[in-house]
Design a protein around this ligand. Structure first.
Ligand SMILES: Nc1ncnc2c1ncn2[C@@H]1O[C@H](COP(=O)(O)OP(=O)(O)OP(=O)(O)O)[C@@H](O)[C@H]1O
Length: 253
């Protein structure tokens, strides 16, 4: 029996007459490298919003480590270890990567209330922040305000912040979207080197990243699961090719 860390069972989300999530069952194995793909409007964003608690499902159930989290507030899901990559525009633009990571780590370790202490005094916090800065190739820019970082570096910081929350499950939301070609390699390599004990669900349009990263894939179309399988199975599935070609997007050769 596979060991599932995150499951959603028969999830439905309706907006008036539109069924954005249509009876979706998805099971993420421990240590997963699982990609969620689908053409525009397939319902990927809605599904992520249901998993993170931003949206409430019309029906169905979400469980983390076997515990029902369907009714849990978003921040409580984060505390339980279900973390989505942070959106950079939610950051304080004048804060540096070091300050930002130190703040998140301190908060995570329940020291956030001691806001009057200079950031980074705590040695453990600084050590963890330094590790993350190295891991995400941000050491050189650790003291540069976020607003002055190259876009690729900001996207790396988003993932570093998510990891600073010590996730069991990481929802990696389009990490290379909008990143210029010259800055993509760093992201591909750091994503490939994410800790093995963190289970990852990657939501992505970039087929190169999806096929190099994922060991399992789920294809969403019109809110419903079209199919699930290994990358080879998905690449060989004529229904998947038709969906992508039919939408004018590039199918994986
Ligand atoms: N708040 C909302 N109210 C009404 N309809 C919505 C709402 N959110 C999403 N939808 C509809 O649900 C469907 C799925 O949308 P969703 O954004 O989840 O797709 P997606 O796969 O993330 O697309 P994209 O890749 O373009 O972001 C679409 O038909 C969309 O118009």
């Amino acid at each position: 029996m596979p060991d599932h860390v995150l499951t959603c069972e028969r999830l439905v989300k309706r907006f008036g007459g539109i069924t954005a999530t249509d009876d979706v069952t998805l099971r993420l194995e421990r240590g997963a490298r699982h990609a969620l793909i689908g053409p525009n409007g397939a319902g990927k964003t809605t599904l992520v919003n249901l998993l993170t608690g931003v949206l409430e499902p019309t029906s169905g159930r979400i469980a983390l480590e076997g515990e029902d989290i369907s009714k849990l507030a978003p921040h409580k899901r984060v505390h339980r270890g279900l973390v989505r990559t942070f959106q950079i525009n939610q950051l304080f633009p004048s804060m540096t990567p070091l300050q930002t990571l130190a703040l998140v780590i301190a908060q995570q370790r329940r020291q956030g209330a001691r806001f009057w202490q200079p950031l980074g005094r705590d040695e453990e916090v600084v050590m963890r922040a330094s590790q993350l800065l190295e891991q995400f190739r941000l050491a050189e820019v650790k003291d540069v305000p976020t607003e002055h970082l190259a876009y690729g570096k900001r996207r790396l910081l988003e993932i570093a912040i998510a990891l600073a929350c010590e996730p069991r499950v990481l929802l990696l939301d389009e990490p290379v979207a909008g990143v210029p070609a010259g800055e993509r390699e760093d992201i591909l390599q750091t994503v490939a080197a994410l800790p093995a004990d963190v289970s990852v669900l990657l939501i992505e349009h970039d087929m190169d990243l999806v096929f190099s990263f994922a060991r399992r894939m789920t294809v969403l179309v019109n809110g419903a699961v079209l199919t699930e399988g290994t990358p080879d199975e998905i690449a060989a599935d004529p229904r998947v090719r038709e969906v992508y070609l039919g939408h004018g997007e590039e199918a994986h050769a």
